[in-house]
Design a binder for this molecule. Structure first.
Ligand code: GDP
Length: 182
C-alpha cells in the first residue's frame, strides 16, 4: 500500500440547525451550501442534510449539516435528528421576538439529547430587516454570553455572516478534536 494514503486525514462532523419555524434555517443552509436563497418556505417535510468540505490545517473536514425541514412545526424534532451532533446553530429571527424567547427551550432540548460539549452558535437571522427589528443585538449577545454560546447576526438574504457562522462552529468542533472517520 502506498504510504501517502496514510497522510490523508478526514473528519466528519454532524451539525444541526434548530429554532422556530420560518426563522430562516433552510435558507441559511442553502446560502452556505449552494449560495442560494428562496423567498418561499418549502412545502416538503422531512429531514435533509448537506455536506460541506472545509480544509483546516491541511486536513479535509466535512460538515454534515442537518436541517429540520419543517419537523419543528409539529413539535416533532426527533432524538434521531440530534444523535451524534458535534455542533448546533440555534436560530431566531431578529424581527420576531417570540422566536428569540424560544431559544432557551431549544437549548434545553439540545442539552437533553446531546453532550454539553457540543459547539453552539446563537444566530440572530434576518439582520437585513433592521428597520423592523424586535430583538436588539445586545440582547442576543447577552443571552449568548449567559449560556456560553458563540453569537452572530446573519442574513441568509444578503449573505451577511452566513459563511462565518458555520465556519466558526466547524473550526470550534475541529479544535475540540472530534470523530476521526478515516
Ligand atoms: P425555516 O422554516 O426556519 O427553515 O425558514 P425558511 O428558510 O424556510 O425561511 C422562512 C421565510 O423567511 C422565507 O420566506 C424566507 O424567504 C425568509 N427568510 C429566510 N432568511 C431570511 C433573511 O435572512 N432575511 C429575510 N428578509 N428573509 C429571510
Amino acid at each position: 500500500m502506498d504510504s501517502s494514503d496514510d497522510d490523508v486525514e478526514e473528519y466528519l462532523f454532524k451539525i444541526v440547525i434548530i429554532g422556530d419555524s420560518a426563522v430562516g434555517k433552510s435558507n441559511l443552509l442553502s446560502r452556505y451550501a449552494r449560495d442560494e436563497f428562496n423567498l418561499h418556505s418549502k412545502a416538503t417535510i422531512g429531514v435533509e442534510f448537506q455536506t460541506q468540505v472545509l480544509e483546516i490545517n491541511g486536513k479535509e473536514v466535512k460538515a454534515q449539516i442537518w436541517d429540520t425541514a419543517g419537523q419543528e412545526r409539529f413539535r416533532a424534532v426527533t432524538s434521531a435528528y440530534y444523535r451524534g451532533a458535534f455542533g448546533a446553530l440555534l436560530v431566531y429571527d431578529i424581527s420576531r421576538r417570540s422566536t428569540f424567547e424560544s431559544v432557551t427551550r431549544w437549548l434545553d432540548e439540545l442539552n437533553t439529547h446531546c453532550d454539553t460539549t457540543v459547539a453552539k452558535m446563537l444566530v440572530g437571522n434576518k439582520c437585513d430587516l433592521d428597520n423592523i427589528r424586535d430583538v436588539s443585538i445586545e440582547e442576543g449577545a447577552k443571552l449568548a454570553e449567559a449560556e456560553g454560546l458563540f453569537f452572530m447576526e446573519t442574513s441568509a438574504l444578503d449573505s451577511t455572516n452566513v459563511n462565518k457562522a458555520f465556519e466558526i462552529v466547524i473550526r470550534e468542533i475541529y479544535s475540540n478534536v472530534s470523530r476521526k472517520v478515516l
